[in-house]
Design a binder for this molecule. Sequence first.
Ligand SMILES: Cc1ncc(COP(=O)(O)O)c(C=O)c1O
Length: 446
Amino acid sequence: MRTLTKSNAHFKKAAKKLPLGVSSNFRYWGDDETIYIDHAKGARIWDIDGNEYVDYRLGYGPAILGYQDKRVDDAAIEGMKVGGVFALGTKRELTVAERISKMVPAAELVRFSNSGTEAVMAALRLARAFTGKDSYVVIEGGYHGLFDAVLWQTEIEEWDGGPEDPPLRSYGGGVPQMLKKLIHSVPLNDANRLEETLKKHHSNIGALLIEPIMGNCCSLTADKKYLHDVRSLCDKYGVVMIIDEVKTGFRVARGGVQELFNVKADLCTFAKAIGNGYPISVLAGRADIMGNIGDGVAHGGTYTAHSVSLAAAEKTLEILDETDALANIAQYGTRLQAGLSEILNQKGVPHSFTGHPSMGGMFFSEEPPTNYRDWIRTDYTIYDTMAPHLHDRGLLVEPDSREPWFICEAHDDACLATTLEAFEEGFKITLDHLARSNGTTKGVKS
Ligand SMILES: Cc1ncc(COP(=O)(O)O)c(C=O)c1O
């Protein structure tokens, strides 16, 4: 059985120097559950106690080819020899930008940043500058990074299901409450509701931010017709449609979610998969909007287009564009879901998957929810109970069911076999656990 003796001891020391003992709040899983990583290779990750896991978190998505991919790391080493950053441009920026435009037709012009947060922040600024309107629409349950304008969440657990909208609250302290006035939060897959909002407020609304496969909300997925309605409504009401592809970009298809849904954003943002883990992000979009950068809209930063990340991105994109990597990733995801289904069906447990096989969400209900309001009606206690049992058996999944399972090119047959065996055992223990604690396993036969 897994022990976390070293992680627990390290946590006690780390918490004296680093708030919560980590460098991102999401990495704190509890005083006794926080894991510290020793190293990762391929699709596997080892913690400092020597526990080995098949990793389905992949750092929230970046390691699309797997950890320590030699092709990318060799390119990054070449990038190191370029020298870092110079507060000047390099030729490779154009090469990578051209590849992005080839893969994503909406990306007429391209700018690099370091993180998804920075790219989305710049997109919102640009949309406001272009339209002259400061308010914006977000989708309930969405996450777009760690800047004040988007650090607002729909408190679905506090909602009584009545006609009033669920409350919108800032993620913790320090977010100016006055910003709330600028946000309109609407449920996914409800075009009528969006139109009502735009009809009433379009004179102030400059942007709409959407992640059509909600990578921070169990991969809840926009209906294709809905997404095309969103596109038309943005055109009708003079709103810049920002498709946030920080998680879906260069993952769900070469051209991201825009290719899957055959829709074109005005602006789109990418990060994660683009550099296989090296920090780089992209803001891209329509030339007439992007052209405002340099014509009064600020964008830049000391580390943008760092030579190491840029070289890694060049190689990662080449692989994703020119090999079957993405098809293989999707195929593994499909096989994984089929294997999990078989186990759950044997136990008579209703379940469903959402999103894309490369980043699938898992539900213990016959049908997946269509928006975040429906999510609250699903029984996520099974998932929450199951996750630690899977960790104990060598499967690293997010403890919160709102994070999908990410697949990389390095997930192979051996990973799949390990996963299914561990899942079967972990799920059996989960059911025993729930039965003992008289859990709310709605619909579970045994
Ligand atoms: C859709 C989306 N947008 C933006 C971000 C923020 O990206 P980063 O964590 O790189 O700042 C994330 C992070 O998970 C994301 O999933």
